[in-house]
Design a protein. Sequence first.
Length: 89
Amino acid sequence: MIFYENVVKKSVAKEIIPENVFKRFNNAFIAIDTTNDLGLFDIKKLKSSVQRTYYRLRKGKYRAIFYIENGNYFVISIAKRDEVYYKWE
């Protein structure tokens, strides 16, 4: 299952993240959730804390930061490349 943080939901509602960009990411996460294959898209493992392993999914100029826990995908941030890593820290 895919869960979006409230920050992501609010960004979509306020149109900070364009709706078409969100749909592209949502479709990608649905495909990943269905197949359980992280190799389908441009996904890289990020340096992470001891507790969790974070990943980034790239779609054009936008990036999504997420982690996997108990087979569920938790998306914590979606933003442009130059913004996403600063918001995530």
